[in-house]
Each structure stands twice: as C-alpha cells, then as structure tokens.
Design a protein around this ligand. Structure first.
Ligand code: SAM
Length: 214
C-alpha cells in the first residue's frame, strides 16, 4: 500500500507527495486544494453519526474541515486530531480557532503509529484520505482500536482508482477494489467487527467509506 506506487511523472511527483505530508509553500497550496469541498467530510460525519457528548478522534485531519463539522455536532464532547504536517496543524487550527479556545477541539502534530491518548479514550474515530500514507495500515488500525472505547465506531474514507487511469490521472495512485478488500480484512484481524462498506460519487471521484465497530 505504497502512497505512490510507480509514481507520477517526475515534475509532478513533488506536488503529488504534498498530499501525503504537506510542507512549505506547496503544502499550503495542497491544503487549499483539499479544502475546496467538504462534501466527503459531510458524508463521513453523517456515517459516524456524531452525537452531542461524543469524543471523536480524526487521524490526518489536513486543513481541518471534518474537525469543524464534528465540533458543530459534538458540542458537549471533544474533537481531537493528529497530523504529522505542521502546515496542516496550522491551517486546521486557524479554521477551528473558536472551538479550540473553548477547549472543545485539540489538534496535535503526530502520527497514527503512536497516538498520544490512553486506551478507550474516544467514542468515535475517522480518517479521510489519510490511510494511503500510513507506514503500516495494520499498525495504524491497531492503534485506533486501542484508543476507541468498546462499541466505538470508526469510519475510513478512501478515494478509488478510476478504471484505465493514466499516469497523469491522480486517481491512478488511489485504492483498487483489492486494496479496499485488504483493509476490510485488516480491520477484522486487529479486532474490529461489523465491518461494512459504502460507496459514493463525490465531485467526480468515487469514494469508499469503510465502517466498523470496536
Ligand atoms: C490527502 S491528505 C487528507 C487530509 C484531510 N483528511 C482531507 O480529507 O482533506 C492526507 C493527510 O494525512 C496526513 N498523514 C500522512 N501520514 C500520516 C500518518 N502516518 N499519520 C497520520 N496522518 C498522516 C497528511 O499529513 C495529510 O494531512
């Protein structure tokens, strides 16, 4: 599950990599591009079924759109997030300044591999378009399982590869059906249950959401 596989053509490679860990000026641009629509964020938040008292973790929050949507719903709970990109931590913190000030949102630099939270700390967790970039899907999903309370829900959003995508089509570096099936199996192997998938077309992209319970 390498982020880039054979990789896009040379000149585009650096820019493509910005979506995996945005940095510097190009990272700011990638963050801006990721924040042009919140349609996928809205779908995931709907699938998570966020309630007023939920404590929700987002892994790889990028520019922080889903964090804002979750904070609108979890008004008496908490939204926490980790992302290894300083540029994304700053963009998301700006977008969620008021809720951070109220102590309802906390965003930290960090990775899915070592989540800085105790066992069973959250009622729900999500990761949108981030799993592709984790060093190990299995280790990351095991960490999410650890920090979720019993019966806690997780939703993962994955962009799908278009059939016949050429080297200049960004979807070429996204998930195949076989890779989605591997993630489903991995969720089961680290202890999740009730694993189910949904699929939706959003802004000319096919998105798969994988839902599971701890
Ligand atoms: C394509 S962006 C998606 C951002 C946001 N979730 C969205 O949908 O707009 C992928 C994000 O995952 C983050 N990321 C990369 N590796 C990660 C890791 N090991 N653990 C957590 N987040 C990671 C990146 O920094 C980036 O912000």
């Amino acid at each position: 599950m390498d982020a880039m596989g054979a990789g896009p053509p040379g000149p585009l490679r650096g820019f493509f990599e910005q979506f995996g860990r945005p940095s510097g000026l190009l990272g700011h641009l990638a963050g801006y591009l990721m924040s042009r629509t919140d349609a996928d964020d809205r779908w995931v938040v709907e699938l998570l079924d966020v309630r007023r008292h939920d404590r929700v973790l987002e892994v790889g929050f990028g520019p922080g759109l889903a964090v804002a949507l979750i904070a609108e719903r979890a008004t008496s709970g908490l939204v926490a997030g980790v992302d290894p990109s300083d540029v994304m931590v700053r963009q998301a913190a700006r977008r969620n300044r008021a809720a951070i000030g109220q102590g309802r949102v906390e965003l930290r630099p960090g990775t899915v591999s070592t989540l800085p939270y105790p066992d069973a700390h959250f009622t729900k967790a999500c990761a949108l378009h981030s799993l592709r970039f984790w060093p190990s899907a299995e280790d990351g999903l095991r960490e999410i399982h650890r920090v979720l309370a019993p019966d806690g829900r997780v939703v993962l959003a994955l962009r799908m590869r278009r059939a016949g995508a050429g080297r200049f089509d960004p979807s070429r570096y996204e998930f195949t059906d076989e890779e989605v099936a591997n993630v489903v199996v991995t969720l089961g192997s680290v202890g999740f249950r009730d694993v189910a998938t949904r699929r939706r077309e959003i802004c000319w992209q096919t998105i798969t959401a994988i839902l599971a319970r701890r």
